[in-house]
Design a protein around this ligand. Structure first.
Ligand SMILES: NC(=O)c1ccc[n+]([C@@H]2O[C@H](COP(=O)([O-])OP(=O)(O)OC[C@H]3O[C@@H](n4cnc5c(N)ncnc54)[C@H](OP(=O)(O)O)[C@@H]3O)[C@@H](O)[C@H]2O)c1
Length: 199
């Protein structure tokens, strides 16, 4: 973390993911399940801003962005940053390309985004989950625990449950077991214990 970044106002970084019994999150480049209400919860979370006029920054690995239904874009109240080492041009509906997570933090630390952005939502894939969970600005992991088995080839990374503590209830997050198409799931929120920090 550079000195410049430590001096800038902190933007909360929130991770959001849905994972099934074996922590699987994807299969062959797509979601392994079709759970429209769960998906609506994701969309509502990332497009909600508390302060009028503000926006959220969405951080996406290139493949996760490409597998997102283009018909749902653009997303209201959002600015999209793609992580890519290969892309040379910003694709339709995205706003910026960053080469790594530190570039994202640098981007949001300077005008115009330092004034405009309220929250940074990290939507995966795995590499940016791993790197952003470790970032000092990361304070929450929104984790839909899908209580079912699905074939997956990609998995949510382990994280330190001593640092991120599961909250029984969280404001604005539906509590209790949800059910859709015979699949049960729970919307969970892990909150960082501010006394601790992942290594
Ligand atoms: N269940 C969920 O909540 C959830 C959420 C997100 C994704 N998914 C699933 O996960 C799978 C996609 O995730 P993935 O991990 O395989 O791919 P990904 O991270 O979405 O995309 C991989 C590509 O993104 C770029 N990239 C990723 N991290 C980077 C970094 N730190 N710095 C620079 N560039 C970076 C690279 O692009 P270039 O090749 O262009 O350099 C890399 O090849 C899909 O199956 C998707 O459906 C599930």
């Amino acid at each position: 973390m550079s000195e410049a970044n430590l001096q800038t106002p902190v933007k909360p970084i929130k991770i959001i993911a849905a994972a099934c019994n074996n922590n699987g999150i994807g299969l062959k480049g797509h979601l392994p399940w079709d759970l429209p209400k769960e998906f609506k919860y994701l969309l509502a979370s990332i497009t909600t801003v508390k302060q009028p006029g503000k926006k959220n920054l969405i951080v996406w690995g290139r493949q996760s962005f490409e597998s997102f239904d283009e018909k749902l874009l653009p997303l209201e109240n959002t600015i999209i940053v793609l992580l890519s080492r290969a892309l040379r041009e910003v694709p339709k509906f995205a706003h910026y390309i960053c080469r790594n997570e530190e570039e994202v933090v640098t981007l949001v630390s300077a005008p115009p985004l330092s004034d405009e952005i309220e929250t940074i939502w990290v939507l995966g894939g795995v590499e940016c989950y791993i790197n952003m969970i470790r970032h000092p600005w990361c304070n929450h992991i929104y984790f839909t625990k899908i209580m079912a088995d699905f074939e997956c080839d990609i998995f949510f990374p382990d994280f330190d449950k001593d640092v991120f503590k599961l909250k029984e209830e969280y404001p604005g997050v539906p509590s209790g077991i949800q059910e859709e198409k015979g699949v049960k799931y729970i919307f969970q929120v892990y909150e960082k214990d501010q006394q601790k920090q992942s290594q």
